[in-house]
Ligand binder design. Structure first.
Ligand code: C2E
Ligand code: CA
Ligand code: CA
Ligand code: CA
Length: 275
């Protein structure tokens, strides 16, 4: 520990310093990484709970760093949000997702994550309109996933932007439902087209009464509000059965498939003509 000006003692933590250096190194690498094509879109199936049929894909960003290998978005997205680079990165993801999806023979939906800073930008709806016009993607195929943290700072502003987005014809999903602190009032105020129940609740739905109760009551609430629900993190047949029994319409998770590169979903997005 070293003494600072007053009586305060500042504990100098080597490992914290190391982590901070690491973060700023990643922040710098990100910019060049995007130019060098190190970022790649992965796609994870979303399935109809009853039929098992694929209804769309969530787009998940991956970064293949030349020295570090695969860096998780859990690591780099928060850094990109802090530095503001998420604006550029998020724009690239959205555009790239539309560029790819418009080529598919099967007009499946794509769900793209939108960071709080992107959503807060008054120009965001205009940017979405431009990307759709440039790429030619049908707006009805695009779903934007937003989290509660993206709408609680300035609810009225967020509501205005969401209305503009819906006027374009894109869909809005509430991501990570249940992890925020005011989910109920948020549902009342915002015109969501879908609710995605956070995977934290699905994980122990079979043996934890609280999680089961939260999932059940969310499904009942959503039904009465007439909003479809997708459950995230469906990893096994037990999870799926519970959700089928409770009337959850859509699922996403390792049970049906992990996020995959575009090359590995070709049989779904461009199915061979029937013989
Ligand atoms: P998210 O939006 O909640 O995405 C779902 C995460 O759950 C993904 O992690 C996915 O791979 C993982 N997952 C899916 N099914 C299962 C399952 O059955 N079990 C388990 N244990 N996990 C499952 P991933 O790809 O590592 O992404 C983490 C987070 O990073 C995302 O959480 C999202 O918040 C953020 N993210 C990823 N791509 C983007 C992006 O393009 N833009 C923004 N703003 N955020 C992104
Ligand atoms: Ca998401
Ligand atoms: Ca989620
Ligand atoms: Ca999440």
């Amino acid at each position: 520990a070293k003494a600072t000006g007053s009586n305060n003692i500042c504990f100098y933590d080597k490992s914290m310093d190391q982590a901070a250096r690491e973060r700023s190194a990643l922040a710098m690498d990100m910019r060049t990484g995007l130019q060098r094509g190190e970022f790649q879109l992965y796609f994870q199936k979303q399935n109809n709970t009853k039929s098992g049929e694929v209804i769309g894909f969530e787009v998940l960003l991956r970064w293949l760093h030349p020295r570090r290998g695969m860096v998780s978005p859990v690591e780099f997205i928060p850094i990109a949000e802090r530095t503001g680079f998420i604006m550029e990165l998020g724009d690239w993801v959205l555009r790239q997702a539309c560029v790819e999806a418009v080529k598919w023979g099967n007009p499946l939906k794509i769900a793209v994550n939108v960071a709080p800073k992107q959503l807060a930008n008054a120009n965001f709806p205009q940017r979405v309109r431009e990307i759709l016009a440039e790429t030619g993607l049908d707006p009805a195929r695009l779903e934007l996933e937003i989290t509660e943290s993206g709408i609680i700072v300035d609810q009225q502003h967020a509501l205005l932007i969401i209305r503009q987005l819906k006027a374009i014809g894109v869909k809005i999903a509430m991501d990570d439902y249940g992890t925020g602190y005011s989910s109920l009032s948020t549902l009342q105020l915002f015109p969501f087209d879908k609710i995605k129940i956070d995977r934290g609740f699905i994980d122990n739905v079979a043996d934890n009464r609280q999680s089961a109760a939260i999932v059940r009551s969310t499904l009942i609430l959503a039904q009465s509000l007439d909003i479809p629900v997708l459950a995230e993190g469906v990893e096994n047949a037990e999870h799926l059965r519970f959700l089928q029994d409770e009337g959850c319409e859509q699922v996403q998770g390792y049970f049906y498939g992990r996020p995959q590169p575009l090359s590995e979903i070709q049989d779904i997005v461009n199915p061979p003509p029937a013989a």
